[in-house]
Design a protein around this ligand. Structure first.
Ligand SMILES: NC(=O)c1ccc[n+]([C@@H]2O[C@H](COP(=O)([O-])OP(=O)(O)OC[C@H]3O[C@@H](n4cnc5c(N)ncnc54)[C@H](O)[C@@H]3O)[C@@H](O)[C@H]2O)c1
Length: 315
């Protein structure tokens, strides 16, 4: 039996990860967030608590109280919100991660998952097929905290033998919870607008190309990494994953195969600068070799599945 604590469990990723964890683990799940945790149809194996990850003593208490074996540390201030409040991002993302790593060592937590981001690359990084190891400097506060956290995860693994594993997620497309704080949110917003029959104004240029993945593939990759034998996990900073790269216009065109009348205009705002500092595609060879990363959804299938599910949710 493995008992799991999730931080930031009410976000775009956490609200979906809970179901994947319930399906693959026998133990109990403690869903935490700084805001009230809504669990809907409550499963008897899930409990909830308010937890601000900056509060180390409450984190320690919860680990003891719920006999936690693994932590999925999702709590974060994302890229766009991080640029509007850089010091909040600094505190939550860095202090929160240090607290999780320290508590995990002190309380002998067996495994920790940390999601990093393509924001660790800076504008001087290779734009296409950017590799796991790189020497570019991120320019956003979000990227700076993610890069520093990756270095900390590697440090805690080396110094304290903590089994902390990490994936650099690209933009994640999903339908259950609307993303609200990232730079790739436009992808979900654009599909939602089409399903609602509304025009969409995109805050990035139409030729902006970024790496992406569908939520199901991101969750399967996360569990595959976490269940891989320890000796297979060779990268202790963070593994790159992506399923496809797309421009905003390519997404619009794909949506138009279903909704030919759909109208998109492009009015770039401050998020364009963030997107321009990220790579167009990233190299996933390490993840494929070490633990069998193998996404199933391409852009076409992502849009089909999103539309099918959003039609049920929205209408
Ligand atoms: N969604 C993506 O496209 C994407 C891409 C790359 C990386 N990631 C990473 O994946 C993780 C989850 O992302 P997400 O999309 O679910 O983000 P999200 O913004 O949807 O959710 C983050 C959650 O963290 C919570 N939170 C904020 N401050 C907190 C604090 N002080 N203490 C505890 N909880 C706090 C928020 O209430 C929210 O529920 C993050 O670490 C993010 O950086 C996400």
């Amino acid at each position: 039996m493995t008992n799991i604590l999730i931080t930031g469990s009410m976000g775009q990723v956490g609200s979906e990860l809970i179901d994947y964890l319930l399906a693959s683990y026998q133990g109990e799940i403690l869903a935490t967030d700084v805001r009230k945790v809504e669990l809907g149809d409550k499963n008897e194996r899930i409990q909830s608590e308010i937890l601000d990850v900056r509060d180390a003593s409450k984190l320690n208490e919860l680990i003891d109280q719920y006999h936690i074996d693994e932590i999925y540390h999702l709590a974060s201030i994302l890229s766009a919100k991080g640029e509007s409040d850089p010091f909040l991002a600094y505190n939550v993302n860095l202090s929160g991660t240090v607290n999780v790593l320290n508590s995990s060592v002190a309380k002998k937590v067996k495994k920790v998952f940390f999601p990093s981001s393509i924001a660790v690359y800076g504008p001087e990084a290779k734009r296409d097929d950017a590799g796991t190891r790189h020497d570019s400097i991120p320019t956003t506060m979000y990227g700076i905290t993610k890069m520093s956290s990756e270095m900390l995860t590697q440090y805690y693994h080396r110094k304290y033998n903590l089994d902390v594993r990490s994936i650099r997620y690209p933009g994640i497309i999903s339908y259950k919870v609307e993303p609200t704080a990232g730079t790739t949110d436009y992808s979900v917003e654009m599909i939602r607008s089409a399903v609602k029959g509304l025009p969409y104004t995109c805050y990035l240029r139409e030729d902006t190309k970024l790496p992406m993945i569908y939520m199901g593939d991101a969750m399967k990759a996360t569990l595959r990494l976490m269940n891989a034998p320890q000796e297979n996990v060779k990268v202790r900073t963070s593994y790159n994953i992506m399923a496809y790269s797309m421009t905003c216009k390519e997404l619009e065109n794909e949506i138009k195969t279903i909704y030919p009348e759909f109208n998109v205009s492009y009015v770039p705002d401050s998020r364009q600068e963030i997107a321009d500092s990220w790579p167009r595609s990233i190299n996933t060879e390490d993840a494929r070799r070490d633990w069998g990363f193998d996404p199933s959804f391409d852009l076409h299938n992502t849009v089909l599945d999103m539309v099918k599910n959003l039609k049920v949710l929205i209408h």
